[in-house]
Design a protein around this ligand. Structure first.
Ligand SMILES: N[C@@H](CCC[C@H](N)C(=O)O)C(=O)O
Length: 323
């Protein structure tokens, strides 16, 4: 690929304000992030800087960038904290905000793998402590989330899942059509929110999943106004083993492209397959992604909705200083 000299110069100037900042490269089942610690809220993140840092040839490389900033210093969280009546002032003072950016410089409401990487990063930087059995509250653009340690890494309380178009979804178990390179015909899909938007498409067999070409964004009809992440899933045969559901998934992420894993996407995929298969008694699902495996649990609430818990590993890979 030939790059314009002006693009390179633009990348360099976008990074000027971050010169000297420490970064860590982290991943959670292959979904990789540039992590920045900003305890005094002084880092200026711009879409250009995010694109430059996430560039896999001229930057550090990543599916996204995550800035860790105290929630009390982030403009985005002010209203959320005012409305949050479960927290004491002292607890609100200690909260960290996950300032998540997609590689293309757009912001997203939520990133499930990102929350695991974020918690692991906060702990490794000595910014928080999380003992076995404790629950750590965090703030995202989609609202409060919680993290606890589990043997495989971290379990995230993701909040509730919901249909994006409940009427259509309940009537047809499908609300849109999706076509992608490698599919001969548009396929029915179900749109689900985990704080961020997802469109889940079921495929008949693994060969079709593997043959998909996901460099180009799949086309979704009707076009979702805020864009969408698109998950392609193949339910395992048998679908339920020892009481647990099993699916394979590939994903094209909004603002990124194909990634090795998407945590919110895995939750949406499990929720959709559970609806399609009428397996609402199966509460634990394993989702195989190109970067590994995550687990999704559905927990009934008194108001009839369901909370979702996502668990899986997260690790730091290397650290450095921005030149
Ligand atoms: N990889 C993430 C989702 C990141 C945000 C997404 N690209 C969007 O724009 O909604 C995850 O693990 O959930």
């Amino acid at each position: 690929m030939l790059r314009k000299a002006s693009t390179v110069a633009h990348h360099l100037s976008a990074l000027d304000a971050l010169s000297g900042a420490r970064f860590t490269k982290a991943h959670a089942t292959g979904n990789d992030f540039v992590m920045l610690s900003d305890p005094d809220g002084s880092l200026e993140i711009t879409p250009g800087a995010v694109r430059a840092l996430c560039d896999r040839h001229q930057g550090i490389g990543g599916d996204g960038l995550i800035r860790a900033v105290p929630a009390r210093l982030a403009a985005e969280t002010r209203q959320l904290l005012e409305e949050e009546d479960q927290l004491s002032d002292a607890e609100a003072e200690m909260l960290w905000f996950m300032d998540y950016w997609n590689a293309d410089g757009s912001v997203a409401e939520m990133c499930g793998n990102g929350v695991r990487a974020f918690a692991n990063f906060l702990i490794s930087e000595g910014l928080v402590e999380l003992a076995e059995g404790e629950e750590l509250p965090l703030v995202t653009r989609a609202g409060m989330r919680t993290v606890r340690r589990v043997p495989e890494g971290y379990a995230i309380g993701m909040g509730i899942w919901s249909f994006i178009d409940p009427e259509l979804a309940q009537a047809n178990a499908s609300d849109s059509l999706v076509i992608a390179q490698g599919l001969t015909d548009p396929r029915p899909a179900l749109s689900i929110s985990l704080g961020n938007p997802h469109t889940v498409v079921a495929l008949p067999e693994e060969e079709v999943l593997e043959a998909l070409e996901l460099h180009a964004a799949p086309q979704v009809d009707p076009v979702p106004p805020q864009g969408t992440n698109v998950e392609f899933v193949v339910p395992s045969d048998p679908l339920v083993v020892d009481g647990e559901g099993q699916v394979r998934m590939r994903v094209h992420e909004r603002g990124v492209g194909e990634t090795l894993s998407c945590g919110t996407g895995a939750c949406a995929a499990a929720a959709a397959v559970r609806v399609w298969a009428a397996e609402d008694g199966v509460d634990t699902w394993t989702v195989q992604v190109p970067g590994g495996e995550v687990r999704v649990r559905f927990l009934a609430r008194q108001d009839g909705a369901e909370d979702v818990e996502l668990s899986g590993p997260a690790e730091n890979v290397f650290a450095g200083t921005l030149a």
